[in-house]
Design a protein around this ligand. Structure first.
Ligand code: ADP
Ligand code: GN1
Ligand code: MG
Length: 375
């Protein structure tokens, strides 16, 4: 879907609904996320420039934004309390801070019925669409593992499932089959090769679901969108500062989080690269990810470690299935900026699957060679 545009005036209006310090100066679209509408808000705070991050929650995708924000409040509150208890001097950079609305709620509704939230803007850190160094990969993976670790003792009740069956590859296949059958935009004939590639891998798609159902792989609180541009890395040190994009934090499998890091952080090219010859998984980045993740994820059981390499292929195939489904359905889910972009995204993901398959044995050897904390 094309980016929904909001004028500076509209964002100014939204800003005035929050209990935020500072005189509004400007608002500009920000980031490269596919789902929400994100704006960097510039203000003057007693004469000093300061920023906030305002977001319109995509309520076509997240059907119950109030429940989503309830999750976000619980998660950010838990992380913030732990950082404060540890006396961390940088706590407001390490966990997102939700700015309350004037009525005390964690969101503002606008005249069109949109839902907006606002965070403190995290400074001196940034996100990367393509990881540039092994150190970045190592630190990003450590940050996501630490995030899982810190949330392991989140008090009951269970978090809301903001998108049910989000990483259920079998449900994603069913949705693809329905989109192929409907062929709503007459695009099916052009994607026979992609459909055939996915068909050859159908029997792998239930593997983690089956191991979870058998009790071998536990449910945990996971992030579920560990795309590499959802973690902010410090400008000076490259350490992982803050895990962001908390819309899908909910019960899930740790392996899906690791798998999506492999998909996004080992990629040598952009997710929508049109020249597929540039696309592939970089094994040095894989090694850095695995080392970083395992250095913090002491909670993993052996069955999870066994599936780390497979999880990268599975999640990449799953995202390919989702991009293809969206292309066939007329680009209704992921934001697109040009025709054919979701098909290009699907093709890069399938090329990544090929590359991950070709390097699977070497990746397995890397995981076996990493000693884990406590072992
Ligand atoms: P989406 O769900 O659309 O991906 P994100 O929550 O990931 O939206 O935000 C989009 C981008 O905005 C991120 O990739 C990041 O670069 C930036 N961003 C998000 N939250 C903050 C924040 N609190 N401080 C600074 N930058 C942020
Ligand atoms: C979306 O929100 P963003 O851009 O970080 C999507 C992920 C996909 C990713 C593919 C809620 O992530 O599941 O893996 O695009 N988020 C949602 O780039 O569907
Ligand atoms: Mg994001």
């Amino acid at each position: 879907m094309e980016r929904a545009k909001h004028s500076v005036e509209q964002v100014r209006q939204v800003y005035s609904g929050f209990q935020a310090w500072g005189d509004f100066v400007d608002a500009a679209p920000y980031g490269s996320g596919h789902i929400n509408d994100t704006y960097k808000v510039s203000v003057r705070l007693a004469g000093t420039p300061a920023h906030y991050l305002a977001q319109r929650i995509n309520h076509a995708i997240f059907k119950e934004p109030d429940k989503l924000m309830e999750n976000v409040m619980r998660v950010t509150g838990h992380l913030g309390r732990k950082l404060a208890a540890a006396g961390d001097a940088d706590a407001t950079r390490k966990a997102l801070t939700v700015i309350p609305a004037r009525d005390g709620l964690p969101f503002v509704r606008d005249a069109e019925g949109n839902w907006w939230r606002m965070y403190l803007f995290i400074e001196q850190a940034q996100t990367y669409d393509i990881i540039e160094s092994e150190r970045q990969a190592y630190e990003a993976a450590r940050a996501f593992a630490r995030f899982q670790n810190l949330l392991a003792d989140l008090p009951a009740p269970r978090l809301h499932e903001t998108i049910p069956a989000f990483h259920n590859t079998l449900s994603r296949l069913k949705a693809l089959d329905a989109a192929i059958a409907a062929d709503a935009c007459g695009r099916k004939a052009g994607v026979a090769a992609e459909i055939a590639f996915i068909d050859e891998r159908r029997e792998q798609c239930g593997r983690l679901l089956a191991r979870n159902a058998r009790g071998e792989i536990p449910e945990r609180i996971t992030h579920n969108d560990t795309k590499i541009n959802n973690v902010m890395l410090d400008d000076a040190t490259a350490t992982g500062v803050c895990v962001i994009d908390l819309d899908t934090v909910m019960p899930g499998l740790a392996l899906y989080d690791f798998g999506d890091m492999v998909r996004s952080a080992t990629a040598a090219a952009k997710e929508d690269e049109q020249d597929v010859s540039k696309v592939g998984s970089r094994i040095a980045m894989f090694e850095a990810l695995a080392r970083g993740y395992l250095s913090e994820a002491a909670f993993l059981v052996p069955a999870e470690v066994e599936e780390l390499v497979f999880s990268g292929r599975l999640i990449t195939l799953t995202i390919a299935i989702r991009f293809l489904t969206d292309y066939l359905s007329g680009d209704v889910y992921f934001r697109t900026h040009r025709p054919g972009q979701n098909l290009d995204r699907c093709r890069t993901q399938l090329q990544m699957v090929r590359s991950l398959e070709a390097q699977a044995a070497a990746m397995e050897a890397i995981v076996r060679g990493i000693s884990r904390p406590g072992s």
